[in-house]
Design a protein around this ligand. Structure first.
Ligand SMILES: Nc1ncnc2c1ncn2[C@@H]1O[C@H](COP(=O)(O)OP(=O)(O)OP(=O)(O)O)[C@@H](O)[C@H]1O
Length: 242
C-alpha cells in the first residue's frame, strides 16, 4: 500500500537562510512519525509548508497522491490535514463545545453536523464532561485536549501536532501520551514535533531528525537516536537527549 503522505525535496529559504533544505520523507497510514531537531532546525517551517501557511520554493507534498504544494491553508485543511499548535489560543469566553465547533465548521456548512463532529472529537479526547465549561476554566492539560479536539473535529486524514506534551506538568504527560496512542488505535495518522525524548520513544513508530533545515536521520526511533549526527546535534543544545 502506498504511503499516506509523500514529501519530496521540500525547500524554503527566508532571504539567505534556508529553513528547509531538500527534505524528503513519507508517512504511512496509521503511524506516528516524530519530528525532532534543535531550536531553529526547521520543524515549524516544515509544518507551515505542509499546511500552506508558507509556500515552498521547491519540492512536493503528496497526500494520497494529490499535490498539496502551493494550495491555500483552508484547501489543505479540507483535503484532510489538521494542525495543532503548541501555543494554545482557545476562545476563552466560548464554551468547550463552541471552541471545537469552530474547528469542525470548516469541513461542513451544517451547524448540526459540525456539532456532532465536535462532540465526537470531545469524546475522543475524553473531554465530553467539560463541554459546557468555558475554555478559560480548563487546566493546561485540558486545554491541550481541547486543541487536539479542534483538530480532530475536522476529521483529518493526517494530524500534525506541535509538542502535545510541551508546557504541561510532569503528572499530566502520561495521560496525554495515552491519549495520542488511543488516537492511533482509532486509525488517526500523526506527525508530531516532540522535544521530550522519553515521550518520543513511547509514541513514535519512526522519527525524522532535522538540523539546520536538513534531514539528518529518518527511520526507527532507536536507530535515529543512535545516529552520530543526531547525538552531535543534541549535545550542542540544552535539549534532553537521554
Ligand atoms: N517567517 C520567517 N522569516 C524569516 N526567518 C524565518 C521565518 N520562519 C522561520 N525562520 C527561520 O528559519 C529557521 C528555522 O525556524 P523554525 O521555526 O522552522 O525552526 P524550529 O525547528 O521550529 O525551531 P524551534 O524548536 O525553536 O521552534 C530559523 O532560523 C528561523 O529563524
Amino acid at each position: 500500500m502506498s504511503a499516506l503522505l509523500v514529501v519530496s525535496d521540500l525547500s524554503k529559504a527566508f532571504g539567505g537562510l534556508t529553513a528547509n533544505d531538500g527534505i524528503s520523507f513519507e508517512v504511512e497510514r496509521g503511524e506516528i512519525l516524530g519530528v525532532i531537531g534543535p531550536n531553529g532546525a526547521g520543524k515549524s517551517t516544515l509544518f507551515d509548508l505542509l499546511t500552506g501557511f508558507q509556500r515552498p520554493d521547491r519540492g512536493s507534498v503528496l497526500l494520497e497522491g494529490r499535490e498539496l504544494r502551493g494550495l491555500r491553508p483552508d484547501v489543505i485543511s479540507r483535503a484532510g490535514v489538521a494542525r495543532t499548535f503548541q501555543k494554545l489560543k482557545p476562545f476563552a469566553d466560548m464554551t468547550v463545545t463552541e471552541n471545537v465547533i469552530v474547528g469542525a465548521i470548516s469541513r461542513t456548512a451544517s451547524l448540526a453536523e459540525a456539532r456532532d463532529a465536535a462532540l465526537d472529537a470531545l469524546h475522543q479526547v475524553d473531554l465530553l464532561e467539560k463541554r459546557h465549561s468555558f475554555a478559560r476554566e480548563l487546566s493546561t492539560g485540558q486545554r491541550k485536549r481541547l486543541e487536539l479536539a479542534r483538530g480532530l473535529a475536522t476529521r483529518p486524514k493526517l494530524l500534525l501536532m506541535d509538542e502535545v506534551t510541551g508546557g504541561v506538568d510532569q503528572r499530566t504527560i502520561p495521560g496525554l501520551v495515552d491519549l495520542v496512542l488511543s488516537l492511533k488505535e482509532r486509525g488517526v495518522t500523526v506527525v508530531t514535533i516532540e522535544h521530550n525524548m522519553q515521550v518520543l520513544m513511547r509514541l513514535a513508530d519512526r522519527v525524522l531528525a532535522l538540523r539546520s533545515g536538513r534531514r539528518i536521520a529518518f527511520g526507527a526511533p532507536d536507530s535515529v537516536r543512535a545516529t552520530p549526527a543526531v547525538i552531535d546535534a543534541y549535545l550542542g543544545t540544552a535539549t534532553d537527549a537521554a
